[in-house]
Design a binder for this molecule. Structure first.
Ligand code: ADP
Length: 259
């Protein structure tokens, strides 16, 4: 299917349906993320934002539809027109190219910040230790934590831990970064330092899909905003449109309520 891909396309979702039991959580989602774009997904709690993000790297299996990342079908192989589940090895390889930053950072508590960042490139990519170490230090510097390389997670604030988690994701040299409410678990005074790192990544041209409640960030950093409600994309467009002149009543209603 690579032939059908637009050259500048990083992610494409076609007719995504996801159910949990009888509950349809994604009901026919089509979306696109271009290379270098920051796409922010907003919407009420329970609308399916996190699930959509998790489907992109196959943490959730979709019930129908297709997702492509960089031209590759995610989670499945197409054989004679039929979709077969892809091998664990292929899925792991695909995931290793996609950075995922969660609400909870889940750092290894018995490892330093530097060791946390070095872990995956050594054990997943099997890169030489000295190369990984150099890059890990550069990534810690990028998130403003060069001086905390030898600190353990318990010695770091929530905001610092989340920045280590971002450095850890960057250490895999991802082509795409997914952020799932990366600042929601933080004390309010620590939110800004994490958003700053995300903004910097966006400015450097990283392709990002961001689920967030930070509307200020969405307005300023997004190239494209998707508003979801009740398992569907209700409205999408540039931030000026979604925030400045929303067309749909449900979008207007949501933005009014969170103001
Ligand atoms: P959002 O991120 O917009 O808050 P979610 O994608 O987390 O929404 O959830 C969408 C719906 O799917 C909710 O009703 C939620 O309860 C349900 N859901 C999410 N994950 C699971 C799961 N693993 N099992 C059952 N239901 C789930």
């Amino acid at each position: 299917m690579v032939g059908q891909q637009e050259a500048n396309e990083m992610v494409r979702g076609e007719g995504i349906v996801k159910r949990f039991g009888h509950l349809t959580v994604l009901n026919g989602i089509h979306f696109q993320v271009k290379r270098g774009q920051v796409v922010v997904i907003i919407g009420p709690s329970g609308s399916g934002k996190t699930t959509l993000l998790r489907c992109i790297n196959h943490l959730e299996k979709i019930d129908s539809g297709r997702i492509y990342v960089d031209g590759q079908l995610v989670g499945y192989r197409e054989v004679n027109g039929k979709l077969l589940e892809d091998s664990e090895a292929n899925i792991a390889r695909m995931r290793s190219q996609i950075g995922f930053v969660f609400q909870r950072f889940n750092l290894f508590s018995h490892k330093t910040a530097l060791e946390n960042v070095m872990e995956a490139p050594i054990y997943v990519l099997h890169e030489p230790r000295n190369v990984v170490r150099e890059r890990a230090l550069a990534n810690l510097e990028k998130v403003g934590l060069a001086d905390k390389a030898n600190a353990y997670p318990r010695q770091l604030s929530g905001g610092q831990q989340q920045r280590v988690a971002i450095a850890r994701a960057l250490a895999m040299k991802p082509k795409l970064m997914l952020f799932d409410e990366a600042t929601s678990a933080l004390d309010p005074e620590l939110v800004g330092e994490v958003l700053k790192v995300m903004r910097q990544l966006a400015e450097e041209g990283m392709t990002m899909v961001v689920v967030t409640h930070e509307m200020h960030f969405a307005r300023e950093v997004a190239d494209h905003v998707i508003f979801m409600d009740k398992a569907q994309i209700v409205e999408e467009g540039p931030p000026e449109q979604i925030f400045g002149n929303p067309q749909n009543e449900r979008t207007r209603d949501f933005l009014r309520r969170i103001d």
